[in-house]
Design a protein around this ligand. Structure first.
Ligand code: NAP
Length: 252
């Protein structure tokens, strides 16, 4: 099977590319670093030549609902148009567990992405996962200095490596519209994870937790992001992940 990973140079994208290659698939990695900007869409149809399935794990880091909606709808529109043109049979997109009632901030972009896919003509699977273990690093890196001010966030983190493998499982199957949500093995709290990671790494940084106001902040603190109902549960706990090469020497 020929699989294109849009965002294949990103955190979860690298794991999806590796998982697909290890299973013998031909893989095309699409990103600006690889010469294709999904906002302009230039060169995209050529890159999708002969591709059976597209896995979309692109990302824009923003808390602005407007910017997030614009990014995810433009990227999705451009991908879907090129997929129609080139005969792609299945569009797989990674979204986030529990965001239905949090149509605000970054999550507004993810919901817009889901709606754009649902309106299109390409058979699709929207696969939602909970926050990655690596989300803690992403948050800490955005706050250099001796203090990290983190929003109250109830989560159930999962290893990005397992998410990448899950996306390839889905790409190998039939379009499902919605896949069963993938979550991690334990309920956690962001600030507590950050304190454990800082202690594990032997760093000195004070973590303070605050309730982020607004729909987005209340959503993070609500527990919705942990998922409910039927879920697929990842194996790697946060503490296992801390000791793993994925934390010690993350793939470059
Ligand atoms: N982080 C989490 O905890 C979490 C949890 C659940 C779901 N997700 C979802 O997982 C997805 C991937 O997240 P991530 O943290 O792995 O992302 P990431 O590390 O920030 O990687 C983003 C990828 O998108 C590419 N990209 C960005 N803008 C592009 C553009 N204009 N044209 C082409 N490629 C572009 C980047 O490559 P270039 O910079 O080279 O273009 C990179 O390969 C997101 O959609 C996110 O919502 C994340």
């Amino acid at each position: 099977m020929k699989i294109a990973v849009a965002g294949g140079t990103g955190l979860v994208g690298k794991f999806a590319v590796t998982a697909a290659e290890n299973r013998g698939h031909e893989v095309v990695s699409i990103s600006r670093r690889n010469g294709i900007d999904l906002i302009s869409g230039e060169g995209l149809a050529e890159a999708l030549n002969g591709v059976d399935v597209v896995i979309d794990v692109t990302n824009k880091t923003t808390l602005s609902a407007k910017a997030a909606r614009k990014f995810f709808s433009t990227v999705t529109d451009n991908l879907l148009s090129a997929e129609v043109q080139t005969g792609v049979k299945h569009h797989v997109a990674l979204s986030i567990v529990g965001i239905d009632e949090i149509d605000d901030g970054y999550y507004a972009g993810k919901l817009e992405q889901e709606r754009t896919i649902q309106k299109g003509t390409i058979p699709y699977t929207i696969a939602r996962s909970s926050q990655f273990h690596e989300f803690v690093t992403q948050q800490l890196q955005s706050m250099p200095g001796p203090i990290a001010l983190l929003p109250k966030c109830l989560m159930r983190p999962v290893a990005a490596r397992e998410v990448g493998q899950h996306l390839v499982d889905i790409a190998e199957g039939k379009p499902l519209k919605r896949a069963t949500d993938l979550v991690g093995p334990r309920n956690e709290v962001l600030a507590d994870l950050a304190r454990r990671q800082i202690a594990f790494d032997g760093l000195k940084k004070l973590v303070l937790e605050f309730p982020l106001p607004g729909v987005f902040g209340r959503g993070m603190a609500s527990g919705d992001l942990r998922g409910k109902g039927e879920t697929i549960v990842g194996k790697t706990t946060f503490d296992d992940w801390l000791e793993s090469p994925d934390h010690q020497n993350p793939p470059q």
